[in-house]
Design a protein around this ligand. Structure first.
Ligand code: ADP
Length: 463
């Protein structure tokens, strides 16, 4: 058994940087959890807090139900593998793996049994007497994993362990680590900025941004039901296409309008929109999201599928062998300047589609493509949260998320307004002070002038 519970965990560095905010997660025994997000989002900090290498500023951490906030790293029964595998260059592979156990004064026979078992699991048996310099990068990384395995920890923590390897080796090691997880049947927590690693290895993925958890879900759910625009854009390559638009039509027939395009939503999608009234035929903008693989130019899709069709112009076609990526422009409104000069609002390509590699489509073509509307996404432009629920049961949750984010936005706006009002009041007070000062100065000047005039007139009278 090796479960982990993080309850409202925060990390504030002495410099004042809030690296992790309100991180709450229950990790079950034998899970392969991946923390993923752009650089600086707090993944490593969270992992290091679990390892005990970084103090937890607030919140609680439990391993197997035991509160471990104050427990030293060596007493937490965890093993960590880093990006920089840092093997001892003068030691053999065997000694590198055995070293930690020797320090713990484990009997020799037991060490030998553990090292040999780890070498067997990792396919390192033939390299046990070699020094690290006689190994490839992948083999060295396996030795680093071996050092962790021999400790038989409750939890494995891996911090970007494959980042130093080249692309081919990385994909090979990815499958090796997945197999290792299956063989060891232990809890793994893995940090990466690479969404492909996350999607291929994790049983569950935690997507993070700016220290906040965005979504915790299985890979396929993250792909199919991203809770917000950030997750939607982060998972999947090439990135999901986003278009700002509005919802129009009636409750039974809703259209998404963006640029000069108008696409009908399916009945199933319409039924899952949360608070449709708020968006339908109002000024409230939405962001329409379509993945490149959900755009089809095949004839049967365009002519027979009954899916909405839009017209695009192909700006660039990239033939990648297995597939072709086309960078296109959708129909947009013309902007007419005062002197009558017409231009399209935005000249850059705004749509990427992944099409069949045998397609004849080329640069300059004006073609029709069908959108797989059942897999499209709609987000509130302001909150960036999805407005389409996964299912009926999920509606209340989305509504709650929207309301929470709106309240946060309102609070932010109120704070900004209060600050502005305060600054305006301060500026007004300063201006008033200056006005009074100026008035007094003027009054003094006038008095002076008046007395000078009086003196002159008195002198004149005396004469
Ligand atoms: P990630 O692993 O996602 O790239 P980190 O957890 O390393 O992100 O960092 C999260 C944030 O905390 C970043 O803004 C980073 O600059 C900051 N940070 C990390 N380590 C320290 C530190 N020792 N002192 C101050 N700030 C730090």
């Amino acid at each position: 058994m090796s479960s982990l519970n993080l309850k409202n965990v925060y990390k504030v560095y002495p410099s004042g940087v809030v690296a992790v905010t309100d991180f709450t997660l229950d990790i079950e025994d034998k899970e392969f959890i991946v923390f993923v997000g752009p650089s600086g989002c707090g993944k490593s900090t969270t992992l290091r807090m679990i390892a005990g290498l970084e103090e937890i500023s607030a919140g609680e951490l439990y391993i197997d139900g035991t509160y471990v906030n104050n427990r030293a790293p060596k007493d937490r029964d965890i093993a960590m593998v880093f990006q920089n595998y840092a093997l001892y260059p003068h030691m053999t592979v065997y000694d590198n793996m055995a070293f930690g156990l020797k320090l713990r004064k484990m009997p020799k026979a037991q060490i030998d049994q553990r090292v040999k078992e780890a070498a067997r699991i990792l396919g390192l048996e033939m390299y046990l007497s070699r020094k690290p310099k006689a190994l490839s990068g992948g083999q060295r990384q396996r030795v680093a994993l071996g050092r962790a395995i021999v400790r038989e920890p409750k939890v494995f923590l891996l911090d970007e362990p494959l980042s130093n390897l080249d692309a081919k080796l990385r994909s090979q090691m990815r499958t090796e680590i997945t197999k290792l997880h299956n063989r060891l049947a232990t809890t793994f927590i893995y940090v990466t900025h690479d969404q492909v690693e996350a999607m291929t290895m994790g049983t569950r993925i935690v997507v993070m941004k700016d220290g906040f958890m965005q979504q915790v879900d299985t890979p396929i759910n993250l792909y199919d039901y991203p809770v917000n625009q950030f997750v939607a854009g982060f998972i999947g390559t090439p990135q999901m296409n986003f278009f700002t638009g509005k919802l129009t039509g009636t409750k039974d027939q809703v259209y998404v309008e963006f640029g000069l395009n108008k696409v009908a939503l399916s009945k199933e999608k319409i039924d899952l929109i949360v608070n449709l009234d708020k968006y339908l035929n109002t000024d409230k903008e939405i962001v329409f999201g379509v993945r490149p693989e959900d755009i089809h130019e095949e004839e049967n899709w365009v002519k027979e599928s009954g899916k909405p069709v839009i017209e695009i112009t192909v700006d660039v076609a990239e033939q990648l062998g297995a597939e072709t990526l086309i960078y296109c422009s959708t129909a947009k409104e013309e902007v007419v300047s005062e002197d009558g000069f017409k231009s399209i609002d935005d000249e850059t390509s705004d749509l990427i589609a992944k099409i069949d590699s045998r397609s004849q489509t080329k640069r300059g073509d004006k073609i029709k493509v069908a959108l797989d509307i059942d897999h499209c996404h709609i987000f509130d432009k302001e909150t960036e949260i999805t407005i389409v629920a996964r299912n009926e049961e999920n509606k209340a949750q989305i509504e709650e998320l929207q309301a929470k984010r709106e309240a946060e936005e309102a609070e932010k706006a109120a704070i900004a307004a209060a600050k502005l009002a305060e600054e305006e009041a301060k500026a007004a007070a300063i201006a008033e002070k200056q006005r009074i000062k100026l008035e007094k100065k003027l009054a003094r000047q006038n008095a002076k002038n008046a007395s000078a005039v009086e003196e002159v007139s008195e002198e004149k009278t005396e004469e």
